[in-house]
Design a protein around this ligand. Structure first.
Ligand SMILES: [Cu+2]
Length: 166
């Protein structure tokens, strides 16, 4: 690898690692995943922080990676089965607060992937906020990431698999 391409690679890596910033909105630790290889759908998770003085709202997500990108949440139905729901109004990001997009909860849904997502790929997603406007986030595909919640339980009971499919 030449010095120039090495420098370019470093710049690219920094661009991915640096949090997206616009009007006080900051995105921390984003990652995307698919439940299985060649999956037709996938999801992205991250922490969205609002360092501004006004409440904001994530109202839309866009990406070329899939035919449809929606803001989803998980909800348990009457039969105790977790279901995904499209959240039309989006997610509130309180002033000086944060909103977590995480497995088993709110997430950005990719429906009808235009290409299979592989570990290490980077997906460009535009988050649209009511006040902050558009924030482009480069999201690495991480297929090895374990869900944060329920980790204590999982530690001593590997048979206790998560119900969710994301
Ligand atoms: Cu979903």
């Amino acid at each position: 690898m030449s010095f120039k391409s090495l420098a370019m690679a470093t710049v690219a890596a920094l661009a991915i690692a640096a949090p997206a910033l616009a009007e006080g909105i900051m995105v921390k630790d984003p990652y995307a995943r698919v439940s299985a290889k060649m999956s037709k759908s996938g999801a992205a998770f991250m922490e969205i922080m609002n360092h501004g003085d006004a409440d904001d709202q994530l109202i839309e997500a866009r990406s070329d990676v899939a035919k449809r990108v929606e803001l989803h949440t998980h909800k348990e139905n009457a039969d105790g089965v977790m279901q995904m729901l499209h959240v039309e109004e989006g997610f509130a990001i309180p002033a000086h607060g944060a909103h977590m997009l995480q497995r088993g909860g709110d997430h950005v849904m990719f429906m009808g992937l235009n290409q299979p997502l592989e570990h290490g790929d980077v997906v460009s997603v535009t988050l649209v906020f009511e006040k902050a406007g558009e924030v482009v986030v480069e999201i690495p595909v991480d297929l090895e990431r374990k869900p944060k919640h329920g980790m204590k339980m999982m530690k001593h009971d590997h048979g206790n698999m998560n119900k969710q499919t994301n």
